[in-house]
Write a protein that binds this ligand. Sequence first.
Ligand code: SF4
Length: 421
Amino acid sequence: MYKDLLQTADEPPLGQEKISHEMIPLTTVSAGHLFKQNQIPNSDFNVLSDSTAKFKTKYFPLATDKQWNNWHWQVQNSYTQFSKLAEVIDISTIDNVEFLNKSRKLPLRITPYYASLLEDKSPNYAIAKSVVPSKEELIISEGEESDPLHEDSMCPVPNLVHRYPDRVLLLSTGFCSTYCRYCTRSHMVLKDKKHYGEKAWADSIEYIKNTPSVRDVLISGGDPLTMNDKHLEFLLSSLHAIPHVEIIRIGTKVPMVMPQRITKKLVRMLKKYHPLYISIHCTHPDEITPEVTEAVTRLVNAGIVLGSQTVLLKGINDNVETMKELMLKLLKIRIRPYYIYQCDPILGSSHFRTPVAKGLEIIQGLRGFISGYAIPHYVIDAPGGGGKIPLLPEYYQGRKGDYVMIKNFENKIYKYYDPIK
Ligand code: SF4
């Protein structure tokens, strides 16, 4: 079965990478390498907003709408060099560009679609800060580690994290279509060789088969939706066939950074593996565009349950108004806000981290003011592998005799009769 998977007609050109049974081919060719017209597989994605169309005309004048709307083309033409990115956004304020470029701490990679959101914006623009490298990444601060969640120590087999009793995290690939500068798994994605293939998956699948307590598998990475349909279906079908696996989840940022990936063909395949949940990594309300709305609508209409995950980031989304707008926009396109994460202490991430009090302030600013469906959980993923710990403002104010004292969203105190027996 796997041999067939390696010979897919819709795979993008693979540059110099040699396909082997040990390695899932990744689309790591340079942005300058374009498909020839007759190499572009057909795509049924056809939403191109006015602003994106203008960007395409300006920066990719030779690209057709058909090419632009093809996710393989988006991967192939991604911004991976500072010199090319400088055409779109002012990066002159970044010192040590050369050094950053060479150190490749975390690769630079931004899809043309996502770059269209940055055009003519200041380097301080929220979305730009989340994906454009900065010299501050070179500053290592107290408490930071390359793998702060100690996931490596919780892998019974490589690339399978078993932290909680009934669920596992399957790290399927090290590749993303756009790299977030604060990525918890940057230690994985910065490696040049990413051997996520038949052997690694086979070990993971075997472990899950032999562990009946696992009822929930989260496929993440890297970004699983950067794999082609056949690779993804191999994983989904293998997991779906295990009787005790009750649900499968996928963690991805692709619908936000490369909505063209959500083709009708992909969705037809995904809906065969219900109950399927997708957690979408969302950062800022400006991400919710007509293209993203179309991609998300396709997924929801296929019966896939969507939740959001947002990392709390200084200068990007760390205020009540931005978070409120984001959560309401997500709810409107039928993504249920799920988590706000405190930014994990990966190496070189202190410029992104807010005080914990900021997260609590945001939750307090949401609860009671907008629909409960729009309120995510604010969590810290405990360093050292403690798992996600939810944090709440102090609504519970203690007890007075047979009453508990509780505070509402307007900071008014109420008492609730709760007799001590
Ligand atoms: S999409 Fe997820 S895995 Fe990829 S760089 Fe961003 S945070 Fe990391």
